[in-house]
Write a new protein. Sequence first.
Length: 235
Amino acid sequence: MSDPAISAACFDPQSDTHAVLRSGMGIIFRGESPDIVDEPPELARTGTGWQARSAGALELAFEPIAEEGRLGGSKARLCRVRGRVAQTALDCLGTVTETRRAPVWDELDATRSISAIFDPGHAVTLFARRPRGAGGHGEEELTGWLLEDGVLHELEDVRLSTIYDGDGRQRSAGLELWVPGEDFPRRLAGQARAGLSLALEGLLVHAAVFGWRMEGREGVGAYELTVRDRGGAAA
């Protein structure tokens, strides 16, 4: 069996420095300014955690601080992140996702990866796949989990709404999270703080850092939307 593909992200509100990383691509956000890492980052397991390196750009260690949550063909973990981005030292939170079953784009029109991190005991991670020819959000296959007081809860249902700009980039979002056994949903509201769009082999990737609010807590995370390149239409 081949090794899983690793992607990672970290969010440091104190320095307003964030990174979204995967094999072959790395984006660093400083405030509202995104930069693509010149040398694609290397991501690898190191004992119980993971390490991300790109010469001259970043060196980060990710150590898990919560159980893993399953997201379709992937597993995601909330992590403590320590290291540096350029000359900025980081000690913050982030996520690592390991994927063994990659999206099959002959069968899909879009995918979404969403994270919202509030503190070491509270976070949300979601992943959605939209089958080929589906009409919109309502027909997406969406999986996710809620970390609450350090306890992981798989979600029974998730409802997502997104507002886009004229180029199809996600600008704000609302989420309803239905936890098994509860009568009312948990609600999140998010707003894009910075973003970058890339064209990659017939796909458009809209990567954004989002500020999130949930039940009086404020957090930071990512909202990454990948769609078939059909002229930039909103998804």
